[in-house]
Every structure is written in C-alpha cells, then in structure tokens.
Design a protein around this ligand. Structure first.
Ligand code: ZN
Ligand code: ZN
Length: 287
C-alpha cells in the first residue's frame, strides 16, 4: 500500500441473502461488506453484511480473544443483507471497540439507533444491541460532504427501494465509489445527478450488477441493476475500474466467470477494466 493508496478488500459480495453451495463458493456467499485501508487513517467499512464476520477474525485465537476495532462504517441502507453481520462481528465484544456508523436518515423520522435496537434484540437475537461492550455511534446523513480523518467522503441518495446512499471516498489522490444497491431506470440508461457526482472519474467503481437483462425484465422494480447498466455507468462517468458486485444468490461461479470474461473484452475496447468481485479479494487503488 503506497502513501496515498487505498487497499480495498471484499469480505462479502453477494446481494439479497447469504448463500452457500458448491456452485457459489468461489466468489463467496456472504452479503455486502467491503473494507478500505489507507496509510493515514482508521479503517472504513462499506456495509455490515454477513461478510463483516471475516474482519478481525482470521486467527483461531481471536475466537477466544476478540480484537477491538476502531473505525467507521458507511452504510448504504438498512436492508437485511447490509446489516446482518453486525451482531456477529466479534469486535462488538470488546470494550475498546468504537464503531461510527453513518447511514441514511429515514423518511419517517425514526432514529437509526431505534431501528437497530428493534432488529438486534430478544427474541430475534439473544441480547440487545445495547448489551454489547462496544461503543456504537450513529450518524444520520443525506446528501453530504464530510471528512473522516484525512479521508474525504461524499454521500448521495441514489434510487433503490427506501432511503439509500451511494458513497465516494477520496484519500490522497485515490478515489473509490461504492454503489452497492442501485435501481437502474426501467427503460433506457440514465443517472441521477447525485449518482453521477460520486462516480465521475473514480479509480474504482463498486457497482450493483445483480441481474442479466432477462432477469431485469422480471424484476425491473426490485431496486437493482444489470451487468450492462453497470458497464454503462462506468463508461459514461469515465471510471477507471469497475467491480461487479452484489451478485445474485442464484448466480453460479461458472456463470459469473463467463459474464466477467465477456465484459472484460468489452471494457478493454472502451478504455476501462472490469472484474467480478470475489470474497477475500484485495485490490490496491492508486490514482
Ligand atoms: Zn442489497
Ligand atoms: Zn437493498
């Protein structure tokens, strides 16, 4: 990792629900969670899906002695597949853990802590969120520009189902955009101003690519994008690299290989790179 570079690690790349079977194990079955490390700042995590469990948990001894985590989560929205990892994050058991969660303010005015407390409590989970030793701070945001340490963050509301944010972070000259759940227009391709702002010229665009065009016809208002739309977003905003993300739980590894290989050829001709994000993969982003 260079002085101004970012290391992006994919801990969960699946959308909608976790899955595990021989046909999805290579790309991985955990839901949305991506971590960002930079030389000068505490870690930033995009989303708290089931992949979160794999942060700070590589050694078996940490099962017994969890490591504290001090950092930030930029949460896109509150759907299950983006929050379900939180109560299983071992660092939640440490008193020294301080997790700042930024998430979209809700249209009905309900607070984030109130919503999380209703999802992490008996009888749904053995203990309440308030009983974990970790300190969790919630920050309700919308279309905002702010700093986390030395990292610049842009959050913008994007079309999905319910209040949902996309994020752009910049550390030094390196930029990463995270647009995990993004409703493509039902007909034609277009971008909202906010989505365009966070994508424009980014070094790495992590974008929803849940559906094939045939699947999109059946689920055109379920809040997601096709591979083709993700490609168009990358090209039209001059993104340098595109990570296909939020894979459908029914998408097999072999099918994803074929799609990613075909799109890699298309992207090359259009002046950018594309790959399918896989669990455990780390990518260096240097502008
Ligand atoms: Zn999702
Ligand atoms: Zn969603």
């Amino acid at each position: 990792m260079g002085e101004s570079g970012l290391t992006v690690t994919f801990h969960g790349v699946r959308g909608s629900t976790a899955c595990h079977d021989p046909q999805t194990h290579r790309y991985g079955g955990n839901t949305s969670c991506v971590s960002i490390k930079s030389a000068n700042d505490a870690p930033i995590i995009f989303d708290l899906g089931t992949g979160l469990r794999y942060i700070n948990s590589s050694q078996s001894e940490t099962e017994l002695r969890p490591e504290p985590f001090v950092g930030t989560c930029l949460l896109t929205h509150l759907h299950w597949d983006h929050i379900q990892g939180l109560p299983f994050f071992r660092s939640m058991l440490c008193e020294e853990t301080v997790l700042d969660i930024y998430a979209p303010k809700q249209e009905d005015g309900r607070g984030l802590r109130e919503i999380f407390l209703k999802k992490i409590c008996p009888p749904i989970f053995p203990i309440s969120l308030n009983e974990f030793k970790a300190t969790i701070n919630f920050h309700e945001i919308g279309d905002d520009d702010f700093m986390i340490g030395n990292t610049k963050v842009m959050s913008r509301f994007v079309p999905h189902t319910g209040p949902t944010l996309g994020y752009r972070i910049t550390a030094g000259n390196s930029t990463v955009t995270y647009l995990s759940d993004h409703q493509q227009p039902v007909t034609g391709f277009a971008l909202t101003t906010g989505a365009r702002q966070i994508c424009q010229g980014t070094d790495l665009l992590i974008h929803d690519s849940q559906y094939t065009p045939a699947e999109f016809e059946l689920k055109s208002d379920w809040g997601h994008s096709t591979f083709e739309f993700a490609m168009w977003v990358a090209e039209t905003t001059s993104a340098k690299r595109l990570a296909l993300f939020h894979h459908d739980p029914s998408r097999t590894d072999d099918a994803l290989d074929v799609i990613a290989q075909r799109l890699a050829g298309v992207a090359k001709n259009r002046g950018f790179e594309v790959f399918a994000a896989a669990e455990g993969m780390s990518v260096e982003v240097v502008a």
